[in-house]
Design a protein around this ligand. Structure first.
Ligand SMILES: C[S@@+](CC[C@H](N)C(=O)[O-])C[C@H]1O[C@@H](n2cnc3c(N)ncnc32)[C@H](O)[C@@H]1O
Length: 305
């Protein structure tokens, strides 16, 4: 079915069940972040995985980013992937040569600290922009302003200035590498588009999707093209094949039965849960379920099961 026809067909009918979940406070994830990544699910990871089934086969995370949910879940078998090549290079080095990853970070940290901090940072940024690579991206994401690696849409130029903070010392980073490395023993880490990864899933597997939603996010993640309606089609195909899919939605991007002006297909999701919904927000939700968007809900999950 053509994309527009799909969008036309999926009138804004309410989801089957709308579940509100009482969450006392934010729940800590077990691993401290290896990478700083905008839109990471570090704060919500434990809560998100509490909605996963326990009887799944392979865990798929096709929009890996900094892998917060993967890190909290510690699946016995995983295929984790992302379309951003320098990012995947970092994860693959973590898997194949963790000492090299520590060295990448330490070299750049010492280079920046040895001289004038901003000039050191800018030279690493210039090296990345000349030839995008995992080693420079690793350091930049930890040292850049606000931890927000930002790319110019036109040409992918990384433009974030130096952060005001001191990036963590190499020994601390090395501890994080040691903490994350065991996770990679049970994983295939791939550079691929989400659609190709989801195609590989089989009945009984579970897929967690945390896609970019907006135009601004495509700038943040290196200007990859992404269309939510295509993702819905991929999710539908997975559901038909007996694969369970969980989709994260940034609470601010959801309005009624649309996300960023794209309708949520009727019948695709069986449940919706609210994530990190603090007490006062929950109360307001119970008083008026229609105005969640303005109530500061941090995140939502749509589940196909
Ligand atoms: C919101 S982030 C994921 C954040 C992640 N959950 C975390 O905890 O850090 C979205 C990710 O999707 C990736 N991405 C964007 N378009 C993609 C595509 N077409 N296929 C696969 N990955 C894509 C981006 O590179 C980015 O890392």
């Amino acid at each position: 079915m053509k994309q527009q026809a799909l969008i036309d067909e999926i009138a804004t009918t309410p989801l089957k069940k709308h579940t509100s979940v009482t969450i006392e406070t934010s729940i800590k994830a077990s691993r401290q972040q290896l990478l700083k990544w905008v839109g990471n699910k570090q704060r919500f990871a434990r809560e998100i995985i509490s909605y996963f089934p326990t009887d799944y086969g392979t865990y798929f995370e096709p929009f890996l980013g900094s892998g917060a949910v993967w890190g909290a879940l510690e699946p016995a078998k995983a295929l984790v992937s992302d379309a951003f090549a320098p990012l995947v290079e970092i994860w693959q080095i973590l898997q194949n040569d963790p000492e090299q990853l520590k060295q990448w970070y330490a070299e750049r940290w010492h280079r920046m600290m040895a001289g004038e901090k901003v000039a050191g940072y800018e030279s690493i940024k210039a090296a990345y922009n000349t030839a995008p690579n995992g080693a420079d991206l690793l350091f930049l994401c930890r040292a850049c302003y606000g931890g927000v690696v930002r790319f110019r849409k036109r040409d992918g130029y990384m433009s974030t200035p130096c952060g005001a903070h001191q990036p963590m010392p190499p020994t601390n980073f090395a501890n994080r590498v040691d903490n994350w490395h065991p996770l990679t023993n049970n994983a295939t880490i791939a550079h691929m588009n989400y659609a190709a990864a989801m195609q590989m899933a089989q009945a009984g597997d579970i897929i967690y999707c945390d896609p970019p939603y907006s135009f601004s996010q495509t700038i943040l993640y290196g200007a990859q093209s992404f269309h939510l309606a295509d993702l819905f089609e991929a999710i539908r195909s997975c559901k038909t094949r007996g694969i369970r899919v969980v989709l994260s939605i940034d609470g601010t991007k959801r309005s009624g039965n649309t996300i960023c002006n794209v309708s949520i297909p009727d019948g695709l999701f069986e449940r919706e849960v609210l994530v990190n919904c603090g007490h006062s927000m929950l109360k307001r939700f119970q008083m008026d379920g229609k105005t969640m968007q303005d109530e500061g809900v941090a995140d939502r999950l749509l589940l196909t099961y």
